[in-house]
Design a protein around this ligand. Structure first.
Ligand code: NAD
Length: 341
């Protein structure tokens, strides 16, 4: 079968990672990426041999002045592909949808868009089968991806009466200078927060309520989960074993002395996958507790990379490139260098 031809529109934090991930898949071809103006990321795209196209209102002149070769406009790119991954800033994806519809190209959007931007919201472990053959999908946000992955382990194993999660959110991504540092803790006054309803775009029947605060860090989000189970296992170790045996979870043992997100990201730099990313949900063995029907666990989510493998799997679901989620996840993760399952 011919490889699926993929464009990435928007080459920022998420787009550049998705482009690299797509380029590594044997059943996909990265045809090109877009930038709105020259930048170090545009230069990196050229250095990697990715064909560069111009998006937005600016023309190619600035790129030419900077010595960056441009292959055309975003419309030129769309005319050569089967699917576009939109990784433009939030709300811009919905605008871009007009271009995709006009070009008759399938599209994958990111979590910054409202769920009705696409036919379905996607999470590989959560609802791969429900997304087969769709013409548009939305990969849910980083926090929702983390919660949906955890739900895909907990719900079928022990049933969930009700799930409460407090999200401790990073203030900005490391390179996001425009947001600036904060010195404080900002409550999110939408109570409960939008993340619970977003998880239900993947797990419609899950009783889940979330709240969130923003804290001055760039190193990951942390979720504090309290889940009332329907049929609890005998021991917290059973829960640890279930997370360990699921793809896209990384558990640290107490002897590894990983006491928080700084060491998690140090481990990621040491491991050197992607942009020194941590694409898995990170759990601590000692951060999983069971008290009767009440399950408590922490998980850390690397906001810049957790959705990257999900975008690859969303393309496979759209084009029936794998027989099921497990096969797609295994292919994606092998190509990315993540642990085999
Ligand atoms: P970003 O700002 O890092 O990158 C967006 C890129 O799109 C930039 O390079 C920008 O120049 C470019 N762009 C601007 N206008 C464009 C247009 N009209 N057409 C094409 N490209 C355009 O943003 P990001 O963090 O990569 O976020 C992208 C999407 O992913 C958003 O929906 C966001 O909510 C979602 N998301 C972000 C994170 C995160 O933590 N960064 C995590 C999960 C999901």
């Amino acid at each position: 079968m011919a490889r699926v031809r993929v464009a990435v529109n928007g080459f920022g934090t998420i787009g550049k990672r998705v482009a690299d991930a797509v380029a590594k898949q044997s059943d996909m071809e990265l045809v090109g990426v877009t930038k709105t103006r020259p930048s170090f990321e545009a230069r990196r795209a050229a250095e990697k041999g990715y064909r560069l196209y111009v998006a937005g209102a600016n023309g190619a002149a600035e790129f030419e002045k900077a010595g960056l070769p441009v292959a055309g406009t975003v419309s030129d790119l769309l005319s050569q592909v089967d699917v576009v991954v939109d990784a433009a800033p939030e709300k811009v994806g919905r605008e871009n949808r007009k271009l995709y519809d006009a070009a008759g190209v399938r599209a994958i959007f990111q979590g910054g868009e409202k769920s009705d931007v696409a036919e379905a919201s996607f999470n590989a472990l959560g609802n791969y089968a429900a997304c087969l053959g769709k013409k548009s999908l939305r990969v849910v946000s980083c926090n929702t991806t983390g919660l949906a992955r955890a739900a895909s382990v907990v719900v079928p194993s022990w049933g969930v009466d009700h799930w409460e999660a407090t999200l401790v959110r990073r203030a900005s991504d490391p390179a996001e200078t425009k947001r600036g540092p904060i010195n404080g803790i900002l409550p999110t006054f939408l109570l409960p927060s939008h993340h619970g309803p977003d998880v239900r775009t993947v797990f419609p029947d899950l009783s889940i309520a979330t709240t969130a605060v923003v804290v001055p860090t760039t190193l990951m989000h942390v979720h504090v989960n309290h889940v009332r189970l329907e049929r609890p296992p005998a021991h917290a170790l059973d829960v640890v074993a279930a997370f360990r045996s699921a793809p896209r979870f990384h558990l640290f043992a107490p002897w590894e002395h990983v006491d928080g997100t700084p060491q998690v990201m140090e481990y990621a730099r040491d491991r050197g996958i992607g942009f020194n990313d941590m694409m898995e949900n990170v759990l601590w063995e000692e951060g999983v507790r069971l008290d009767g029907r009440d399950l408590y666990f922490f998980q850390a989510i690397h906001q810049e990379s957790i959705v990257v493998p999900e975008n690859v799997d969303a393309i496979r679901a759209m084009f029936h490139l794998a027989k099921d989620a497990r096969e797609s996840i295994a292919k994606t993760d092998q190509a990315l260098g993540l642990a085999p399952h």
